[in-house]
Design a protein around this ligand. Structure first.
Ligand code: BTN
Length: 324
C-alpha cells in the first residue's frame, strides 16, 4: 500500500514558520507517539522536504519541494474553492475522481488535484497529456444554484481565473480562444473541460476540469497535437512553482464565483472579453462535421460567438475556432 502523506505535521510546521518545533509538542498536537512523529518526518524527507533535527530543540522545516499536498495548496475559510483538497499522486483523470466525490455528496468547492494523470481527458474525446511533476491537473466541484442551461457560463469563469493566475506569474498577456482555451503567444497553454451532472431543471454538480502546462518541456508534448501548444516555462524561461500557482488559481476562482453568484454572468463575461482579441478577425469554426467561416462580431450576453458570414449573422454555441 502507498504510504500516506503526513499532512497534519506539515500544517503544524506552517503554523510555526521559521522556528523549531519540539518532538513533544508535535506528538501532543498530532495525538501520536514521538516515534510516529519521527517516522512522519522521515516520510516528508523522502518527499523532498528539508527538515533539520537538533537535539533538545526539535525539528525545523528549512525547505519545501514544489508538491501539491493539501497543506501546501488548500485555501483558508471564508474561501470555499480549495478549502477541501484531495491530492492524488497518480490517477486516470481528476474529473473522474471529482465525479465520484460529487456523487458521494462532497462539499462545494472541493478540489481534486493530481501530480499526474494516466488518462487525462481533453475536449471532444481527446487526450490531455499529463506527465508527472510538471503541470497542474485540477478538478473543482461546484453546486451552483443555476439552471443547467447556464452551466457553460462557469467555463468562462474558469478561463478568467486561469488567465489571471497566469498574468500573476509575470507572463506576457494571456489570451482566451473561444470558448475555452487559454493561449500564450498564440499557443495553447491551458485547457478547460467542464462536465455537468443535472436533471432537466436542476444541477446536481458541475466539475470544472483545468489543465495548465506550467513546466512541461518541449519533448513532453505529444507529437500529434491539433493546435500548437506551449508551457509557461517555455514562454518565460523560468520554472513556475506549482503550489503557488494552484493557490493563486483557487483564489481567483473563489473571487469570481462569489461575484458570479452575487451579480450574475455579466461581470464574468466582461472580464473574459478583456482577454479576447479575435473581435474583427476572420476565423474558421469547426462544427464537426461542418465548418463555418466568417468575421468575429463578438459575443452575445450568453457567451455565444457571433459571426458575420457570407450568408448573414450566425450565432455559434460550440465549436473549435481557428483564426485565419
Ligand atoms: C481541452 O481539451 O482543452 C481540455 C483539457 C482539460 C484537461 C484537464 S486536466 C484536469 C482535468 N482532468 C481531466 O481529465 N481533464 C481536465
Amino acid at each position: 500500500m502507498a504510504k500516506t502523506v503526513p499532512d497534519d505535521i506539515l500544517k503544524f510546521f506552517r503554523l510555526h514558520p521559521g522556528g523549531f518545533v519540539s518532538g513533544g509538542d508535535l506528538s501532543q498536537a498530532l495525538g501520536v507517539s514521538r516515534t510516529a512523529v519521527w517516522k512522519q518526518v522521515q516520510l516528508l524527507r523522502e518527499r523532498g522536504y528539508l527538515i533539520e533535527a537538533v537535539t533538545s530543540r526539535g525539528y525545523h522545516l528549512c525547505e519545501s519541494p514544489d508538491v501539491l499536498l493539501p497543506a501546501e495548496v488548500a485555501a483558508a475559510p471564508p474561501a470555499v474553492i480549495g478549502r477541501d483538497v484531495v491530492f492524488l499522486e497518480s490517477t486516470d483523470s481528476t474529473n473522474a475522481r471529482a465525479h465520484e466525490l460529487g456523487e458521494a455528496g462532497a462539499a462545494e468547492g472541493t478540489v481534486v488535484i493530481a501530480d499526474r494523470q494516466t488518462a487525462g481527458k481533453g475536449r471532444l474525446g481527446r487526450q490531455w497529456a499529463s506527465p508527472p511533476g510538471v503541470n497542474l491537473y485540477v478538478s473543482v466541484l461546484l453546486r451552483p444554484p443555476i439552471p443547467p442551461t447556464s452551466a457553460s457560463q462557469l467555463t468562462f469563469l474558469s478561463a478568467v481565473a486561469v488567465a489571471r493566475a497566469i498574468e500573476e506569474t509575470g507572463a506576457p498577456q494571456p489570451r482566451v480562444k473561444w470558448p475555452n482555451d487559454i493561449l500564450l503567444s498564440g499557443r495553447k497553454v491551458a485547457g478547460l473541460l467542464s462536465e455537468l451532472n443535472a436533471e432537466t431543471e436542476r444541477i446536481h454538480y458541475v466539475i470544472l476540469g483545468i489543465g495548465v502546462n506550467l513546466n512541461m518541456r518541449a519533448d513532453q508534448f505529444p507529437a500529434d497535437l491539433r493546435y500548437p501548444a506551449t508551457s509557461l516555462v517555455l514562454e518565460q524561461g523560468v520554472p513556475v512553482a506549482r503550489a503557488a500557482f494552484a493557490r493563486a488559481l483557487f483564489r481567483h476562482l473563489d473571487d469570481l464565483y462569489r461575484s458570479y453568484l452575487a451579480d450574475g454572468f455579466g461581470p464574468v463575461l466582461g472580464a473574459w472579453e478583456t482577454f479576447f482579441d479575435l473581435r474583427g478577425r476572420e476565423v474558421e469554426v469547426d462544427l464537426q462535421p461542418n465548418r463555418l467561416r466568417g468575421t468575429v462580431l463578438g459575443l452575445d450576453r450568453d457567451g455565444a460567438l457571433l459571426l458575420q458570414t457570407a450568408g448573414g449573422t450566425e450565432r455559434v454555441l460550440a465549436g473549435d475556432v481557428r483564426p485565419l
